[in-house]
Write a protein that binds this ligand. Structure first.
Ligand SMILES: Nc1nc2c(ncn2[C@@H]2O[C@H](COP(=O)(O)OP(=O)(O)O)[C@@H](O)[C@H]2O)c(=O)[nH]1
Ligand SMILES: [Mg+2]
Length: 400
């Protein structure tokens, strides 16, 4: 944007000069009357000085685009739809029609530029430091819950695209949008399903997340539901771990076996009369890829509904979550169990990873007590774990 002073004897002449020199690109900013020379107030030379701003072509193009954008985006938000002002700009008497026309077109341009300014402000508002306070708040909430930046930014963009300003101004509308957005993409399986074929449920995951405890919880609840189950551990090299499951099996009075190789496993599964076999796996580190590969080979089973479940602790640091999801990819797991929710403030990263990788949440566990501290996941109990998201109103409206 450039600026120029145009001086002429009269305002009309100045307008004509401006039009000749700059065409449509000029916008009048200020007009001042001057007088100089003469003696004792007589013979002074009078003239008009007009300050104009000159837009470059790119700016003018943006103005037009910006105006269209504003019209489509800010409709209903109190933005004037008409570009031509109701009152004509003041024009001196005796001004020619053509000049009047020029003034109107300059006014229209001025109006367009004003609107462009609003568009820029609106865009700026939703970017960087000037983000709308309600979007700023939701951003903070999701960050606090350890959702990933990419997810948050996409969500904010989606809100800007889908919600009119009048709804963005309403905090509960923004929260509702976030709830719907997560609900739309988050898969929930809410427990295992039995098929006609024998089910083999295998819990994999990092050491110490609570696999053995969770196996015991699932088993105890299945027994309560009169499902015939058996337990297998391939955690044999860690004697302590094996005894841990043995102890649970003893209390629940279910069969438990320690398996060392694939042949043995195939035989045991084939001979089993159970509806479901739950397998507790080694607690070796997920960084140990060779062991993961060996485990995969050991667990290669046919003629049964083999299902791997990733067990991950809610305590897992945000940057670890993606790596863990990835390192167990080899098992082609479809479901996730979140453990130790009672010890963590934020499960956003896990929810986020489940959305990204299209994994369903099966259960969450919230304490050490077997069998009680486990819940089948549903959309309400999972989303309500997002601290700061006001979900009560939507839950009360939603049908179970
Ligand atoms: N607070 C809490 N502790 C849990 C939960 N699940 C398991 N634990 C504890 O975590 C520790 C490791 O559990 P374990 O089942 O041996 O983990 P594994 O190595 O994955 O088999 C034990 O002390 C469990 O009691 C849970 O949901 N909440
Ligand atoms: Mg274990």
């Amino acid at each position: 944007m450039k600026y120029d002073y145009v001086t002429a004897k009269t305002y009309d002449e100045a307008i004509m000069d401006i039009k000749k020199k700059y065409g449509d690109r000029a916008m009048i900013i200020r007009r001042t009357e001057h007088a100089e020379g003469g003696f004792l107030g007589f013979g002074k030379k009078r003239y008009v000085k007009v300050l104009v701003s000159i837009s470059d072509d790119e700016y003018l193009k943006k103005s037009k685009e910006g105006f269209a954008y504003l019209q489509s985006n800010l409709k209903g938000a109190g933005t004037p739809e008409k570009t031509v002002p109701a009152t004509k700009p003041p024009i001196d008497s005796g001004v020619k029609n053509s000049i009047q026309g020029e003034s109107i077109s300059l006014s229209i341009l001025m109006e367009k530029l004003n609107n462009l300014e609003k568009v820029i402000q609106y865009k700026e508002f939703n970017k960087g430091e000037n983000i709308h306070p309600n979007l700023e708040e939701i951003k903070d909430i999701l960050k606090e819950n350890e959702f990933f930046d990419d997810f948050i930014n996409e969500l904010i963009e989606e809100i800007n695209k889908s919600l009119p300003l009048s709804k963005i101004n309403d905090k509960s509308e923004v929260h509702k949008f976030v709830y719907e957005y997560i609900k739309k993409d988050l898969q929930i399986s809410g427990g295992f399903k039995l098929d006609n074929v024998k089910k083999v449920l295998v819990l994999v995951g990092p050491t110490g997340v609570g696999k053995t405890t969770t196996v015991a919880k699932i088993a105890a609840n299945a027994i309560r539901d009169k499902i015939n189950i058996e337990l297998i551990t391939i955690d044999g090299y860690r004697l302590g771990a094996r005894f841990q499951l043995e102890k649970y099996a003893e209390i629940m009075n279910v069969k438990m076996m320690n398996i060392e190789d694939n042949m043995e496993l195939q035989r045991v599964v084939a001979l089993s009369k159970a509806d479901m076999i739950i397998v507790d796996t080694t607690g070796r580190s997920q960084k140990d890829e060779i062991n993961i590969l060996k485990m995969k080979q050991l667990l290669d089973l046919r003629n049964c509904a083999l299902e791997f479940v990733l067990t991950i602790s809610a305590n897992t640091k945000q940057k670890e979550v993606e790596r863990i999801f990835k390192s167990f990819d080899i098992f082609d797991y479809k479901n996730v169990i979140i453990t130790k929710i009672d010890e963590s403030d934020s499960i956003g990263a896990i929810i986020n990873a489940c959305i990204d990788k299209k994994k369903a949440i099966m259960y969450y566990t919230d304490g050490q007590k077997v069998p009680n501290d486990i819940e089948k996941a549903d959309i309400f109990n999972i989303i309500s774990k997002i601290k700061g998201l006001e979900t009560e109103i939507f839950f009360s409206l939603a049908k179970y």
